[in-house]
Each structure stands twice: as structure tokens, then as C-alpha cells.
Design a protein around this ligand. Structure first.
Ligand code: SAM
Length: 268
């Protein structure tokens, strides 16, 4: 395969800021990211935003069958060349990942791997985490700005802990697989990044997702207030909190994921 920088130059792929384009060229780093989901030989992978195809190459080299959705038409010819080098292994869809019916594209559960465009990364991730359980995907390996990655894996009692942490952790395990320095990207973004690895677990029984969503919205919507006040927006939540042993004078950021689950179960 030609070096990625040559591919970029030959296809005139100057980075477009509006599309969140910060490209990765370091083959070793890309191989490390492609190893995060585990052995990909023969596995389906869904990639959002392949761009010139750096991560795509690494995934293909690892033996994955990749379906990639790319919004920037300029990247399609470069990706077609990559497809020729890995016959039958790469399917490229030109489109917006927010609109594509991704589950319909796969017969077996794909791993999702992406150096996400920062402007739609959180929306896509929240969508994947809100899917019916067991989800249509096998794991998520996602590059985020470091601050977003920290919010996903945050523990109670920290400033980073909030709705995203509860959403990511109540029926999945979430960890930071590796930090990535801003200088690894072209052009370099202003902030550091990190790859997050999320693996779905069993859904706790008896809990309605919508109820958990309402509780976390109310509790973290007024995170500095006591639960007694912040949970007023959810009928019966105050009494339910006391019934499951959560002191109503506590604040949302001290309530563990398991405690939110208990509370949601009591209200579901
Ligand atoms: N995967 C490449 C890499 O690691 O070098 C590029 C990553 S770059 C951070 C994000 C990519 O997502 C860009 O190629 C951009 O055009 C694409 N993109 C942005 N918004 C998108 C959307 N809504 N749907 C699909 N792709 C999108």
C-alpha cells in the first residue's frame, strides 16, 4: 500500500474542519487501535468516517471485514483503491452516519471502530448506548477528545461523572484503552485524545431505560443541588430514593451507577 500521505496528496484530501477531519498516519498507532477490540479475523467491523483510510487499513490488515460510512465524497476514490488491495473485505457507503440504518447492514454483530468526527461523536455514541439490549454491535472502540473519554469512564465523586458515565456503565464496561497525543493527528487538534473501549454486559433486570434516562437528566441537570430538590421533576423519585436507601440530601455526583440502577428499578 502507498504511504497515507501520498494518498492524501494524490486525492487532494486537505483536512476539512467542518467535517471534524483530523487524520492519523502512524501505522503502528493505527495497528494498536485496531487491536483494542481483540482478534478481528473474520469479524465484521463498522467504521464511521474512514477518511483517507488509515484506520481502515489497520482493521483490514487485522483480517476484519469492514463496512465504512464516509460523508466526504472526496475520500471515496482513495477508499476504492484500498478496497482493490483487500478484495471483498471493504464496503464503503457514502453518507451521513447519523442517518444510515447501520444495524440493517450486518448479518452478525459488528465491532464498531472509529476515529470519530468530534462534532457528531457524542451523538453517535449516545445512540449506540441507547440501543435495545443486547445491542446490535459487539463492542465499541472509539477515539474521543480526552475530556469526553474521561466523562465516559468517570467514577462517582468526580467532576467528570454525569449522565454519559451512567449511560456507558450501567450495562457495559467502559475503559480508556490508550491516550493519544494531539501531535499524532494531521492537523493536530487543540486538545488531547483517548481511545475508549466499551463492551456490552448483561442488562440489569427490571429497569426501564427511559426511567433511568429521566432520573439522570433530572439529577445531573441540577448536579449541585440535593437529590431531594433535583429529583422533584420525576414523580415519586424522592420517596423511591429513600426506600432504596439513598439519602435525599446527597448530590447526583455521589450516586453510584448501581444506585441509579436500583432507583430506576424501583420506579420502573
Ligand atoms: N479515520 C480517519 C483517520 O483516522 O485518519 C479519519 C478520521 S476524522 C477524525 C473523521 C472522519 O469522519 C472524516 O473523514 C470525516 O469526513 C468523517 N465524517 C464527518 N462527519 C461524518 C458523518 N456525519 N458521517 C460519516 N462520516 C463523517
Amino acid at each position: 500500500m502507498p504511504p497515507l500521505r501520498d494518498v492524501i496528496n494524490r486525492h487532494g484530501l486537505s483536512a476539512n474542519k467542518a467535517l471534524g477531519q483530523n487524520f492519523l498516519f502512524d501505522a503502528q498507532l493505527l495497528d494498536r487501535i485496531a487491536r483494542v477490540p481483540g482478534d478481528l479475523a473474520g469479524q465484521d467491523v463498522f467504521e464511521v468516517g474512514p477518511g483517507p483510510g488509515g484506520l481502515t487499513r489497520a482493521l483490514l490488515k487485522a483480517g476484519a471485514k469492514v463496512t465504512a460510512v464516509e460523508r466526504d465524497r472526496r475520500c471515496i476514490p482513495a477508499l476504492a483503491e484500498l478496497g482493490e488491495a483487500f478484495p471483498g473485505m471493504l464496503r464503503v457507503i457514502e453518507g451521513d452516519a447519523l442517518e444510515v440504518d447501520a444495524p440493517a447492514l450486518f448479518a452478525q454483530r459488528p465491532h464498531i471502530a472509529s476515529n470519530l468526527p468530534y462534532n457528531v461523536g457524542t451523538a453517535l455514541t449516545v445512540g449506540w448506548l441507547s440501543a435495545d439490549w443486547a445491542p446490535w454491535w459487539a463492542s465499541l472502540t472509539l477515539m474521543f477528545q480526552k475530556e469526553v473519554a474521561e466523562r465516559i469512564v468517570a467514577a462517582p465523586g468526580t467532576d467528570a461523572y454525569g449522565r454519559l458515565a451512567v449511560l456507558a456503565q450501567w450495562r457495559s464496561t467502559a475503559r480508556i484503552a490508550m491516550p493519544v497525543h494531539r501531535s499524532a493527528f494531521t492537523p493536530p487538534p487543540k486538545v488531547m485524545s483517548a481511545v475508549v473501549h466499551i463492551v456490552p454486559a448483561d442488562e440489569p433486570p427490571g429497569v426501564k431505560f427511559k426511567v433511568l434516562e429521566k432520573l439522570t437528566a433530572a439529577a445531573f441537570g441540577q448536579r449541585r443541588k440535593m437529590l431531594r430538590q433535583s429529583l422533584k421533576a420525576v414523580p415519586r423519585a424522592g420517596e423511591a430514593a429513600e426506600a432504596v436507601g439513598i439519602d435525599p440530601t446527597r448530590r447526583a455526583e455521589t450516586v453510584s451507577v448501581d444506585e441509579f440502577v436500583e432507583l430506576a428499578r424501583a420506579l420502573s
